[in-house]
Design a protein around this ligand. Structure first.
Ligand SMILES: Cc1cc2nc3c(=O)[nH]c(=O)nc-3n(C[C@H](O)[C@H](O)[C@H](O)COP(=O)(O)OP(=O)(O)OC[C@H]3O[C@@H](n4cnc5c(N)ncnc54)[C@H](O)[C@@H]3O)c2cc1C
Length: 489
C-alpha cells in the first residue's frame, strides 16, 4: 500500500464515524467531477469528497480532519475561476451542495436567511413575490452558491450601484476549523467589535466554513432601461466610462466589450450588437420612470460628448434583456471560438481603462495569443479572456505569462491583481507583485489566528516567501506607471 493509499484509508475510517456511507466518495470515478473548478487548466484529485447533510455532520468532518491534520477544501458549485475550490491531493473536499434551503424571506426587514449551498439566482426568485431581490449578480448566478459568493466577495453587473457581496451580507454563521460554531456580523445593521464579517467575506475558504448567510434584499426598481453605445476607438470608450462617473452618475450597470468579444457573442446569442464598433458600452439606469428618463438623457449627452458613433436605448424589457443576454453569455461564447480560455480579473483606476486595453493588444502580439475583453467597466474590473489550447504545453505556458503580464501591468497602473474572482491558486505569483513580503506575512498571521495548523484551503491566496523568491517577482508599488492627462468633459 502506498503512503497516499494508507492515508486515504485512515481518513475514510475517521469520516465513517461521522457520515453515512452515501455522503463519502473516494473512488477515482466518483471524485473526478471535483478535480477542478471553473479554472480547468489546473486539476487535482482529493483523497476523499464528503457531502454532509446536517450541521452536526459538517462539525464532525472538521473535527475529524483537525484531529488528523488533514487539509479541508470547502466547495460550493465549483464555478470559481481562480482555482479556489481545486482539491488538495492529500485533503478532503467538503461539498456543501446539500445545504440548499432558503430558510426565511423577511419582507419587512428586507432580508433572507439562506443555507450556503443556495444558488445566487434562487434568492432573487424567492424574494420576487415580495417585490424584492438580491442585488449582487455574478454572470454565473444561475449556478454559483451564496457560500461561494461570500468566500469570493463576488460582484456582478449591478454591483457598481448596489455594492459587492460584502455590502449585501449581514451575517454569516458557520464552523471554525476545529468544528466549533462561529458567527460573523449580526441581524442588526452593525455588529459590535472588530468587523470580522468583512474579514470572512472574501477569505476564500481559508478562515472558516460558512453554513448559513443572512443577506439584504432591495426593492425591485419600477423600471430599468439600457443604452448600447458604440465607439470607433477603445480609448474613447474607456474615457467615456470615466466621464460618466465624473459627471456624478452611478449607473445600475456600466459594462464594456471590445470588437473580438462582440463578434464572438453576436454569433452565439444575436443580441443586436454593433459589429463595426471598436468597443461597445452597456449603460443601465433604474429607478422610477422619471428618474430613468432623466438619467438616460444625461448619460446620452455624456456619451455623445465622448464621441459615441451610435446609441440605442432599450424600448422595452425584452430588448433590455436581449442587450444583457450578450454580456451574460460572453464566457460561453468564448468557449465556442477556442478550445480553452483563461479569464483574468484585475482592477485598475477607471481612467486607465484605455491604457490597459491598448497594452493588452500589444501583449497579444508578444505572446502570440488572442484575447477578448468584456468587463465591469464602471468598477474598473477587467476580464480579459485569453484564448489558448490547454493541450499544447507551449500555448499553456504563453497563456500563463500573458495573464501574469496583465496582472502586473494592472498593478503598475495603480490597480490590483484581483477584482471579484479571488486569488485561489491562479494569482499566487501575482500576489508577490502586489504586496510586500511583510504585507503577505500579515495576511498569513491573520489566517493563523483562525486556523493555527493551516489546514483550511492551504496553499491558496497567500504566497509563501519562497514562492515569491522562486517566481523572481518583486512588488511593484513603488514603480507605478504615471497617469496620462485625460480630456475634460
Ligand atoms: C461563466 C462564469 C461567469 C462568472 N461570472 C462572475 C461574475 O460576474 N462575478 C463574479 O464575482 N464571479 C463570477 N464567476 C466566478 C464564480 O462564479 C464566483 O467566484 C462564485 O462566487 C463561486 O461560487 P461557487 O459556489 O461556484 O464556489 P466554488 O467555486 O465552489 O468555491 C469558490 C471558493 O469559495 C470557497 N467556498 C465555497 N463555499 C464555501 C463555504 N460554504 N464556506 C467557505 N468557503 C467556501 C471555496 O473553498 C473556494 O475557495 C463566474 C464564473 C463563471 C464560470
Amino acid at each position: 500500500m502506498t503512503d497516499r493509499a494508507a492515508r486515504q484509508a485512515e481518513v475514510i475510517r475517521a469520516l465513517q464515524q461521522v457520515l453515512p456511507p452515501h455522503a463519502l466518495l473516494w473512488r477515482g470515478e466518483d471524485t473526478v467531477p471535483y478535480e477542478c473548478d471553473g479554472l480547468t487548466a489546473y486539476r487535482e484529485q482529493p483523497l476523499v469528497v464528503v457531502l454532509p447533510e446536517t450541521e452536526a455532520q459538517v462539525s464532525g468532518v472538521l473535527k475529524a480532519c483537525h484531529a488528523l491534520g488533514v487539509p479541508v477544501v470547502a466547495r460550493g458549485a465549483g464555478t470559481g475561476l481562480s482555482g479556489g475550490a481545486m482539491p488538495h491531493k492529500l485533503g478532503v473536499t467538503l461539498s456543501l451542495a446539500k445545504f440548499n434551503k432558503i430558510l426565511k424571506v423577511d419582507a419587512y426587514a428586507r432580508t433572507a436567511v439562506v443555507q450556503c449551498g443556495v444558488r445566487n439566482l434562487a434568492i432573487s426568485e424567492a424574494a420576487a413575490p415580495y417585490g424584492l431581490y438580491y442585488a449582487p449578480d455574478p454572470s454565473s448566478q444561475i449556478a454559483c452558491t451564496i457560500g461561494g459568493n461570500v468566500a469570493e466577495n463576488s460582484g456582478g453587473v449591478h454591483c457598481l450601484k448596489y455594492g459587492l457581496t460584502v455590502h449585501n451580507v449581514l451575517k454569516v454563521r458557520g464552523f471554525t476549523v476545529e468544528g466549533e460554531a462561529v458567527e460573523f456580523g449580526a441581524d442588526a445593521l452593525d455588529a459590535a467589535g472588530l468587523d470580522l464579517l468583512a474579514v470572512m467575506v472574501g477569505s476564500e475558504g481559508m478562515l472558516a466554513v460558512a453554513i448559513e448567510v443572512t443577506v439584504r434584499l432591495v426593492p425591485k426598481p419600477q423600471l430599468a432601461r439600457c443604452i448600447m453605445a458604440s465607439f470607433d476607438d477603445v480609448r474613447k470608450a474607456g474615457d467615456a466610462v470615466a466621464a460618466i462617473i465624473a459627471a456624478g452618475i452611478i449607473p445600475a450597470g456600466l459594462e464594456m466589450m471590445d470588437k473580438p468579444m462582440t463578434a464572438a457573442v453576436e454569433d452565439f446569442v444575436r443580441a443586436g450588437y454593433d459589429l463595426d464598433a471598436a468597443a461597445i458600452l452597456l449603460c443601465e439606469s433604474d429607478g422610477t420612470p422619471e428618474e430613468v428618463a432623466e438619467e438616460i438623457e444625461h448619460m446620452q449627452a455624456v456619451l455623445q460628448g465622448c464621441g459615441a458613433t451610435r446609441m440605442e436605448v432599450s424600448e422595452n424589457e425584452a430588448q433590455r434583456l436581449k442587450f444583457w443576454s450578450g454580456r451574460k453569455n460572453a464566457f460561453p461564447a468564448s468557449g465556442r471560438i477556442s478550445p480553452d480560455y483563461m479569464c483574468m480579473d484585475s482592477t485598475i483606476p477607471r481612467k486607465r481603462l484605455a491604457d490597459i486595453l491598448l497594452a493588452i493588444a500589444e501583449m497579444e502580439k508578444k505572446y502570440g495569443l488572442r484575447c477578448c475583453n468584456v468587463f465591469h467597466a464602471g468598477d474598473g474590473n477587467l476580464h480579459p479572456l485569453i484564448l489558448f489550447d490547454a493541450n499544447d504545453p507551449d500555448e499553456m505556458h504563453r497563456c500563463e505569462l500573458f495573464g501574469a503580464d496583465i496582472l502586473e501591468t494592472s498593478v503598475r497602473m495603480g490597480g490590483t491583481v484581483s477584482g471579484e474572482h479571488g486569488v485561489g491558486v491562479e494569482k499566487l505569483g501575482s500576489m508577490c507583485v502586489q504586496f510586500t513580503p511583510a504585507e503577505n506575512a500579515q495576511m498569513m498571521a491573520l489566517k493563523a489566528a483562525f486556523d493555527p495548523t493551516g489546514i483550511l484551503n492551504p496553499g491558496k491566496v497567500i504566497p509563501t516567501l519562497q514562492r515569491c523568491a522562486e517566481g523572481g517577482k518583486m512588488h511593484v508599488k513603488k514603480g507605478l506607471l504615471p497617469f496620462p492627462e485625460l480630456p475634460r468633459f
